[in-house]
Design a protein around this ligand. Structure first.
Ligand SMILES: Nc1ncnc2c1ncn2[C@@H]1O[C@H](COP(=O)(O)OP(=O)(O)OP(=O)(O)O)[C@@H](O)[C@H]1O
Ligand SMILES: [Mg+2]
Length: 283
């Protein structure tokens, strides 16, 4: 189970996020990015944040700590923005908190170099969870104390929106051509060899158990929350074993040109050459 804290002060909305997450302080003196159950994206977004965030951390990727946050909407009474007021009013009770990384910067492919091993681990993980939200348009990664951190796993596991077709959906390939780390020569084979053995039935069962019951109840087609938790395990377990064979990272061709803007591809290539040849002359 995730640690539970109580929200004590709503600090400010994070307007970059489509779901309008907020910075919130809690009774453990921590500061969190709070994702609200009342947001339009719905509670499955929070289920995905928990399962994928916990899974990522357990296999050694950097994901900020997650907590369950109790919210009394009264803490937002002084908030002048009506949209925020409505969101807080609609989110009384249990919400999700992610440890706030103070001073972190949004990942920028032109300013931060990722080595192929690390890029491979992130791309492989995103393929496993079918993350469609780590593209160069919206990288959902932060740089903090010089390291790469992964955030925002709400738009993953598309199969949980249609359980009857889940096994077929989870068997599908993953196209990583638009992935924010695609330009860094991700070493998928090394990542699969290292990480796939870690994604065991036991581990998946444990991370599914971290999802609060109230975000799982009354799912059509399931008699119990544990049966639904089991469905998450059964979708992810076979995918972990074979997804590396179905990741496409196609180099652009004339018939299928890159969708990335030219400045990104063009500026990355010379920058990397320059860095490699210039290593010894650095101060
Ligand atoms: N743990 C964190 N520490 C610091 N800043 C964060 C953290 N989590 C999120 N942010 C900031 O808040 C922004 C929005 O967060 P996030 O991407 O999780 O929200 P979202 O509503 O799911 O966004 P999206 O529009 O990508 O769906 C991030 O781009 C980042 O700038
Ligand atoms: Mg985001």
């Amino acid at each position: 189970m995730l640690e539970e804290v109580v929200a004590t002060r709503y600090v400010t909305p994070l307007r970059e996020g489509g779901s309008l997450p907020g910075i919130v302080e809690a009774d453990d003196l921590g500061t969190y990015v709070m994702k609200f159950t009342g947001a339009g994206q719905g509670r499955k977004t929070l289920v995905a944040e928990v399962i994928c965030g916990q899974l990522g951390r357990r296999i050694g990727l950097r994901v900020p700590d997650l907590v369950q946050m109790q919210l009394d909407p009264v803490i937002g009474l002084a908030e002048p923005d009506q949209e925020v007021q409505e969101l807080l009013k609609g989110s009384g009770g249990l919400n999700l908190g992610m440890d706030f990384l103070p001073g972190s910067l949004g990942f920028d492919a032109l300013a931060y170099q990722v080595d192929p091993r690390e890029a491979g681990r992130v791309v492989w993980f995103d393929a496993l969870i079918n993350n469609v939200d780590r593209s160069w348009r919206n990288p959902n990664m932060l740089i903090w104390h010089g390291d790469l951190w992964l955030i925002d796993h709400g738009a993953t596991m598309i199969w949980h929106h249609n359980w009857p077709g889940a096994q077929a959906s989870a068997a599908k390939p993953y196209n990583a051509s638009d992935h924010a780390l695609a330009p860094f020569a991700p070493d998928i084979a090394a990542a699969a060899a290292e990480l796939a053995p870690l994604v065991t039935e036991e581990l998946l069962t444990e991370v599914a158990a971290d999802v609060p019951d109230e975000w799982l109840v009354d799912e059509p087609g399931f008699d119990s929350t544990d049966q639904l938790r089991r469905a998450y395990v059964e979708a992810l377990l076979p995918r972990a074993a074979t997804i590396h064979e179905r990741i496409s990272l196609d180099a652009p061709t004339a018939a299928k040109p890159s969708q990335a803007p030219g400045w990104l591809a063009e500026r990355l290539a010379p920058r990397r050459d320059h860095e490699n040849s210039d290593e010894s002359s650095r101060p």
